[in-house]
Design a protein around this ligand. Sequence first.
Ligand code: GLU
Length: 449
Amino acid sequence: MTSIDEKLEPVLAEVLSRNAGEPEFHQAVREVIESLGRVIAKHPHYADDALIERICEPERQIIFRVPWVDDKGKTQVNRGFRVQFNSALGPYKGGLRFHPSVNLSIVKFLGFEQIFKNALTGMPIGGGKGGSDFDPHDRSEGEIMRFCQSFMTELFVHLGDKTDVPAGDIGVGGREIGFMFGQYKRLTNRFEAGVLTGKGMLYGGSRARTEATGYGNTYFVQSMLNTKDSSFDGKKVVVSGSGNVAIYSMEKVQSFGGKVVACSDSGGYIVDEGGIDLDLVKEIKLNRRGRISEYVRLKGKCTHHIENGRIWDVPCDVAMPSATQNELTGRDAKALIKNGVTAVGEGANMPSTPDAVRAFQEAGILFAPGKAANAGGVATSALEMQQNASRDSWTFERTEQRLAEIMRNIHDLCANTAEEYGVPGDYVLGANIAGFIRVAEAMRAQGVI
Ligand code: GLU
């Protein structure tokens, strides 16, 4: 088990006590600090000037009331968040999540991971994250629009294409970004395309942004498999979730010759040993906004839906957790290992618990942490910002080619860093150290910030 370097123990203790009651944030910080022992052993100056302490403290945290009126005329109140974590490398950048589980701990863990993820992309973007405990489930389009407008009415003063650039995450897709962009434009009287990413193609969006996170994770896993002279060809794959990340992971896996046999939503998972029919999943999830259980009703024979089961009990060669944080436990990891899994790529943010990560690493499984493997989404957001700044619009092929190149670079950076620090094949360590060094160097160069 990785432990904390004794010089860093007080740093972690301080973060834990200063941010009491924020378990997800603690988990994310602990993992990074565990990796940094090797950095300060090699380069002791990184322990100076409270650099790690500063990185663990957000530059700014905004919490606000979001009042709105539902379709019955009743006034509702939600809580909005934006944590502007680190701007050493560029404007704050990261998504907005609308889900009832959103609280300060969730937003801070996501924002903290975003700092390192964004650094790994090599693009000029800092780290931030936001969202609300608003539950979009079963809300009408009118209610969603009014919520988004109210959310932006409070947040807009803190945003700007050179300041803070939100995007989507769970519960926030193209529709919500459109409503927020429209409200930002009314409030500021500026068509500032680069203030949000994940926009529609008609008003400054980037081709391949929708596909980018899932495609990127698949590219990353492909690079890992290649290091073992292997590929997706003929592999059985399980992808949890059925949102944007899961759908486009499945699409890319299938184009690489892999067979996806299971996917899920919060109501359960489906298994189709013949290979998931992706057009049907897209119809159910993207067009009808329905439940994944409908797949079995529509597809019929040889498929089944398991309510409240564990998708990780389905035997596979490659697992791609693409739903949400802590969805894959130590017990699930053991089941996957027993069934012969060889590679895991995290499409979601922090989907594997620390126990699960440890189990994969001890079993010698190729394991790609989310902050490296799912960086394709935010990297393509940076490409969207680039297109907006130059008032240009690239082809799908050009954008995807850049994405593929960025993912290859992230893979190689993580692999080479792990090797340099004496733990070849440890992508967690490689990602944490490589991301940290970029941010730390930029901060040192900018004085005590
Ligand atoms: N929410 C995504 C992530 O976790 C994308 C963020 C963005 O495009 O800014 O990285």
